[in-house]
Design a protein around this ligand. Structure first.
Ligand code: NIG
Ligand code: FE
Length: 376
């Protein structure tokens, strides 16, 4: 079989510049790519036909920010937060200890389990960070595990400073032997630029060393409070500044002016019971917004992009269509990819069928498994 016609699509979201959303549509896939889409009644012949019975079809979700290489459990921290305890980034060290103690096989099995959950919920592209190893050996093997699962791998040795070393010594390690060991497995470099993690100058040093080793920058920015993260991301020409929960007007202007994508991660605010980022303010200022899960055992243990869409619509001022864009095309911008996150002609045929007539149901029916990849 070389061509497949998917027809009787009640609503087709392509993000094509002329016809981003179509009703009563059809689409043709050949050799894993979209070769035609349009009005159902004008569809060309194909070798096989699939009738989706009026369902909506959307691009697969692009989850541009996850920390899937980890071991251990931090549900007790979540339970304590729900009784009023604040989120503490120091909890990262608990996961570091469990991750160091795990074998490569255990880490890979954990990644595979979470990826299977993500795929079942409609995610077709995933970025995965290291950051729970924090030694040369444990960061490199974390990235080797991640690289088996995705091309979108990020070296986050600069996640927190381990207890047994000072900041300056650790930045030297991250930008020296650790970077050398990790760069072959990574496309991106990331730094947690935040009080209690890495300051502006340290973050600049980390990103510059990564860039010199061929890694493109992205930043954990302005998550727990105001700070320099967004400005550091803008200066570095980062693809994304992720979190963006605490922004001043200059931060918003910097994102809009430089085109750095603001990655919003509402699973964090849900799981830490904190105020959500103001997506409306960013969109109205012309900032490109991506939505991602930040899937990790501490601040956001969800693998569900539909859950993030529901939160973005209910809590962050996004329309259902904006949230879907940010979870697909916005994620693709964050990863500097033009082959995923949309279904225009030439795109990868990462099709997701909704058990619903329109994308609105993703937020209208939170917690319901409506999205599933089209299987051949
Ligand atoms: O993106 N901000 C830093 N890192 C993660 C949290 C990791 C953890 O708590 O284990 C985040 O929220
Ligand atoms: Fe993160």
């Amino acid at each position: 079989m070389t061509s497949l016609l998917i027809t009787n699509i009640g609503e087709l979201v392509t993000w094509d510049s002329e016809r981003p959303v179509l009703r009563d549509a059809a689409l043709v896939v050949e050799h894993g790519k979209v070769t035609w889409f349009g009005d159902r009644t004008k569809a060309p012949d194909a070798d096989a036909v699939r009738d989706v019975g009026g369902a909506a079809v959307i691009p697969g979700f692009v989850d541009s920010h996850t920390h899937l290489v980890f071991a251990g459990d931090r549900s007790a921290e979540f339970e304590a937060r729900m009784s009023g305890r604040p989120y503490e980034a120091g909890g990262i060290r608990t996961t570091v200890a469990a991750t160091r103690a795990a074998t490569d096989e255990q880490l890979a099995a954990n990644v595979a389990r979470h990826l299977a959950q993500m795929r079942a919920l409609g995610t077709t592209t995933v970025e995965i960070k290291s950051g729970y190893g924090l030694t040369v050996h444990d960061e490199a093997r974390s990235l080797a595990v991640a690289r088996q699962a995705t091309e979108e791998t990020t070296f986050l040795g600069a996640h927190v400073v381990p207890a047994d070393i000072d900041v300056a010594g650790y930045v030297d390690l991250v930008t020296g032997p650790m970077l050398e060991a990790c760069a072959p497995y990574a496309r991106w470099i990331d730094v947690f630029c935040e009080d209690g993690a890495f300051g502006a100058d340290e973050s600049r040093t980390v990103l510059a060393a990564g860039a010199a080793a061929g890694l493109q920058p992205r930043v954990h920015a302005n998550q727990l409070g105001p700070g320099p993260g967004v400005q550091v991301a803008a200066e570095a020409g980062a693809a994304a500044a992720d979190h963006c929960t605490h922004l001043d007007d200059a931060d918003v202007a910097a994102l809009a002016d430089t085109g750095v994508v603001a990655g919003l991660l509402p699973g964090v605010e849900f799981s830490t019971r904190s105020p959500y980022p103001d997506a409306r303010r960013l969109i109205d200022a012309g900032v490109t917004v991506a939505l991602a899960t930040d899937c990790n055992p501490g601040s956001s243990y969800t693998s569900s992009m539909p859950f993030c869409i529901a939160l973005a619509v209910r809590e962050m001022g996004m329309t259902p269509l904006e949230a879907l864009w940010s979870a697909t095309k916005g994620g693709a911008f964050s990863l500097r990819r033009d082959d995923v996150g949309h279904l225009a002609v030439g795109a990868k045929a990462d099709l997701v069928v909704l058990d619903a007539p329109s994308h609105v149901h993703l937020a209208y029916r939170p917690g319901v498994p409506l999205a599933a990849p089209l299987t051949s």
